[in-house]
Design a protein around this ligand. Structure first.
Ligand code: FAQ
Length: 329
């Protein structure tokens, strides 16, 4: 860990001059770096958001892993494996970014495995047919990227820099998903039906990825003031809808929202009401796959205990041999 966390005062007990100087730096678009002074609440918000983001990348591997052994061709399997591996890498960059704020990786893992920390609601839905892998790439990575491109300009330096790299890879993910959808939607009638079924199930959960509507989002207004978030949840959701509907039209597929309508005056689509009860239910742990996802992560953590122990023993051995050399010198 490499943060200067202890230099902060407790929230509510911070000198007004420091708070004002901090906000002035944000307003001037300066990046905040790990050793800089920051309000305790800024640090806390970032640890919350970045660690939840990291957990999402890690848990997000599971719905796709379901199809590695059943991908239709060797080429599709290789692409899927590469994508899943990218998501693991994203998780690791993000855990590292959160560590720069003084949070230990062990604490973050413990919070995920105990159910205290959230991860994106979307990964609690099952991938039932191969077209779902296309829908995940197209819609889930598409929604993720809409949010993450904005995060490339987030005010915290390490988060912003990790997002630049992540977005390059997410962009490939989105395209490979859309390419699967193109193949399926322009294939046999049965393939097209599978693609339509995938969009029917993933459309609304993808819209929920952007979080609650602005009026019900407790963190948005402060996070926007600190430029952690650059756009509100509803604004990003709207951008996603506007970009994605024409892509569905090209596929010849229907978005499962009978209220969807292009407003000629704004060039934006009006849409039906999101089922927020379903969203709350899923983030409370009652989605279709929450238990399965957590069980898989807990098992992976237990199975990996010997690797962590071996790495720690090796690090200790290296340290001892360095110390011994110093003594001899
Ligand atoms: N699911 O006040 P707000 C990916 C929680 S990565 C679960 O609006 P905020 C790549 C929120 O945490 C996808 N919980 O919160 C991939 C808060 O709870 P708390 C993940 C949600 O933070 C693709 C509460 O509700 N992306 O997909 C969700 O200002 C394919 C109140 O909400 C990120 O994490 C949700 N959908 O805005 C991998 C991006 N939405 O902490 C594999 C970074 C909200 O008070 C395969 N994160 N909550 O208990 C963000 O941009 C923000 O954190 C938001 C939420 C926009 C998600």
């Amino acid at each position: 860990m490499y943060s200067q966390g202890l230099r902060d005062s407790a929230a509510g007990d911070e000198p007004v001059e420091l708070l004002a100087a901090f906000q002035a730096r944000i307003d001037k678009e300066e990046k905040i770096e790990p050793r800089d002074w920051m309000p305790a609440a800024y640090r806390k918000t970032l640890i919350r958001q970045i660690s939840q983001h990291a957990h999402s990348e890690i848990v997000g591997q599971l719905p796709e892993a379901n199809w590695v052994t059943r991908a239709p061709t060797l080429k599709r399997k290789l692409i899927l494996l590469a994508k899943i591996q990218d998501e693991a890498g994203h998780g690791l960059y993000l855990y590292s970014a959160a560590e720069t704020l003084g949070e230990s990786r062990k604490k973050m893992y413990d919070d995920l495995l105990s159910g205290k920390a959230k991860y994106s609601s979307i990964f609690n839905y099952p991938t039932l047919n191969w077209a779902d892998i296309g829908a995940v790439g197209w819609l889930v990575d598409g929604a993720a990227i809409m949010n993450q491109v904005a995060l490339c300009r987030t005010s915290y330096g390490p988060y912003s820099r990790s997002m630049v790299r992540i977005c390059k890879e997410e962009s490939f993910h989105q395209r490979q998903g859309y390419e699967i959808m193109v193949k399926m939607a322009h294939g046999t009638a049965q393939q097209k039906a599978m693609a339509q079924d995938a969009i029917n199930r993933f459309w609304w959960p993808a819209l929920m990825m952007f979080g609650p509507s602005d009026k019900d989002s407790p963190h948005s207004s402060q996070s926007m003031k600190w430029k952690i978030k650059r756009f509100s949840n509803d604004d990003l959701r709207q951008k996603f809808i506007d970009a994605t509907v024409p892509q569905a039209e090209y596929l010849g597929l229907t978005i499962p929202d009978k209220h969807l309508k292009l407003d000629d005056a704004t060039g934006s689509y009006t849409h039906g009401e999101i089922d927020w009860k379903e969203f709350v239910n899923v983030i409370k742990g009652n989605g279709p796959c929450n238990q399965q996802r957590m069980a898989a992560r807990i098992k992976a953590h237990k199975d990996g205990a010997w690797v962590r122990e071996a790495a720690e023993a090796y690090a200790k051995k290296l340290q001892n041999s360095k110390d011994n050399k110093k003594e001899v010198a």
